[in-house]
Design a protein around this ligand. Structure first.
Ligand code: GDP
Ligand code: MG
Length: 183
């Protein structure tokens, strides 16, 4: 019934970042607990659901995925509409995907606002951390990452791996719990 739909808590999160960063993989790991090595490049917008329990209530989380529009580093307002949180994904093995995170952040801030007209909370996922060893190019210290979060306005950051599952649910649920706590 309409009543039930109204009582249901549905939250829309958007997942942005450059092509190949691992957006689809993070969503698939989180919602279906799977990982694939094959590059999926289905064009369009899609969303995936996950039910969670918070304070004895079901929370329906919608994760919106994009494909094909990433090269422009901006999305239409329609895509962002009604989203209350965002995951910004970059690939720790790709300098360029890291260098453009501020462009994505700017696009989010310009196109969607909370109902009190603030920027929506964004979490940064330093993805593919499984590829990194000591000799590798990913050399950001925790302190540097914390500074970037402060300067660019992310609520936090995680080293994630869609491949191993490291910190995937932690990132999504950190974002959710941040929103629930601050509403
Ligand atoms: P998207 O374009 O941002 O949606 O990126 P995809 O999710 O399609 O991932 C691009 C490629 O990176 C695919 O070949 C994935 O298998 C791979 N990939 C994604 N996440 C990870 C990860 O955490 N570790 C590793 N090693 N590969 C990943
Ligand atoms: Mg994708």
């Amino acid at each position: 019934s309409e009543q039930n739909v109204e009582n249901e808590r549905r939250y829309k999160f958007i997942v942005v970042g450059d092509m190949g960063a691992g957006k689809t993989s993070i969503i698939q790991r989180y919602t279906n607990d799977v990982f694939s090595n094959s590059y999926k490049a289905t064009i369009g917008v899609d969303f995936f659901m996950k039910d969670l329990t918070r304070e004895n209530e079901t929370v329906k989380l919608q994760l919106w995925d994009i494909a094909g529009q990433e090269m422009f580093r901006h999305m239409t307002r329609v895509y962002y509409k009604d989203s209350i949180g965002a995951l910004l994904v970059f690939d720790v093995d790709s300098r360029s995907s890291f260098e453009v995170i501020n462009e994505w952040k700017k696009d989010i801030d310009e196109k969607v606002r909370t109902n009190t007209n603030s920027p929506i909370p964004v979490i940064l996922c330093a993805n593919k951390i499984d590829l990194i060893d000591e000799e590798s190019s990913w050399n950001k210290t925790k302190k540097e990452m914390d500074t970037i979060c402060e300067e660019q306005g992310y609520i936090g950051w995680f080293e994630t791996s869609a491949k191993t599952g490291q910190n995937v649910s932690e990132s999504v649920e950190f974002l959710l719990d941040y929103i629930l706590k601050n509403n």
